[in-house]
Design a protein around this ligand. Sequence first.
Ligand code: MV4
Length: 446
Amino acid sequence: MFKRILIANRGEICLRIMRACREMGIETVCVYSTADKDAPYLRLADRAICIGTGPAKESYLNIARIIAAAEIADVDAIHPGYGFLSERPDFSQACRDCKIEFIGPTPEAMAMLGDKVACKQTAKANKVPIFPGSEGAIEDEEEAVGVANKIGYPVIIKAAAGGGGRGMRVCRNEATLRSSIRAAQQEAAAAFGNGAVFIEKFLEHARHIEVQVLGDKHGHAVHLFERDCSMQRRHQKVIEEAPAPGLNPKKREQVCESAARLIRAAKYHSAATVEFLMDQDQNFYMLEVNTRVQVEHPVTEMITGIDIVKATIMVAAGHELPWRQKDITMRGHAMECRINAEDPDKGFRPCAGLITRFEPPGGPGVRMDTHVVTGYTVPPNYDSMIGKLICHADDREQCMNRLARALREFHVEPIKTTIPLHERLMQDGPFRQGGIDIHYLERLLK
Ligand code: MV4
């Protein structure tokens, strides 16, 4: 096992990884920017190294500085967490070049799955359902029109190197498609340094279902069931839950097995999430693969009892996954509310500043993943998520009642947070019924 790990991240996920390391007897090295220098979680590290100033490009996105810190501290491995460098093949490669274990996939697996065109081709070859559309990248307007005529409108143009909703355009007729295709290519080239775009059938009313997968270096991969992340706004998830409400057990088996098959085919190791859209008849189509530990991993941990962060460390160290698929079962229901320092009355504008009162909830079935304490100052440089409140209970209704109770106990002053929004959503009729679509929240807030 590793003796010492560097955590190339900040905030709650840095603390989450540190907690896993401590329980595994692994020493931790945290890197931090000057904007985070007084953050209390840094005192839990065995060593903390300043790597630059507040802007992420000067610190958490600076590969050379992070590798230099890793060399100075003589670590065996680096955990990237989520965001920042977590899905950058060049970072995984830099670790390999310096003989430091990257706690995540190889640069090759990351690059293949991160390219939406290559990923769809691998999915197709392994009988993972995908949307009908162009086989590869689209060369010109005529090819796009030809594909659209075959599959029918509406269609969506996506960038091969895009993701998380960036670089997408919906086209409802030939005129819009004709005028969009070149603009989309140019936009993609400017934004991602790769102008490749593809088109596929656009699904109007969909749920976002994603499957958690774990692979090891011995060719084994298992799934940890699905999450429903349909409660979102502007491609930012607001609530995630597991299992997906109302999902037919046969469909569950199919979607989860498809995800595991794809990850096996990619010779993938570490944690991954395979995203799908699901229509009203529970037909599912793969969207993309996230090659990192995700923000919402705790809901899966709560229903399976598996520590996903520890698993990523174990498999990076070369251990075999200690379970076969039949050993993994789910129990009860879990739901996570993302707590953001934002003002819902001002278009969800981020609210940085000093927190003078922070009283998190507790009690049975309540998990709070946060780095925030009373006296903490939210820096303005990073994303506005200050923590995650996760509840687990025997069923979905009790889980939502528990979250409503926990949210009521939760006090954060004086900054505005998304706590009142979550309180409202816990009482929302259509959401309580289960099976809202990905556009529900945006319509509700209008
Ligand atoms: C789609 C789609 C409908 N049809 N693809 C948005 C993020 C990126 N991962 C893919 N996305 C979508 N792809 C087809 N063929 C609708 C979306 C989409 C969406 C997907 C998941 C969660 C929220 C979303 C919000 C708007 C659009």
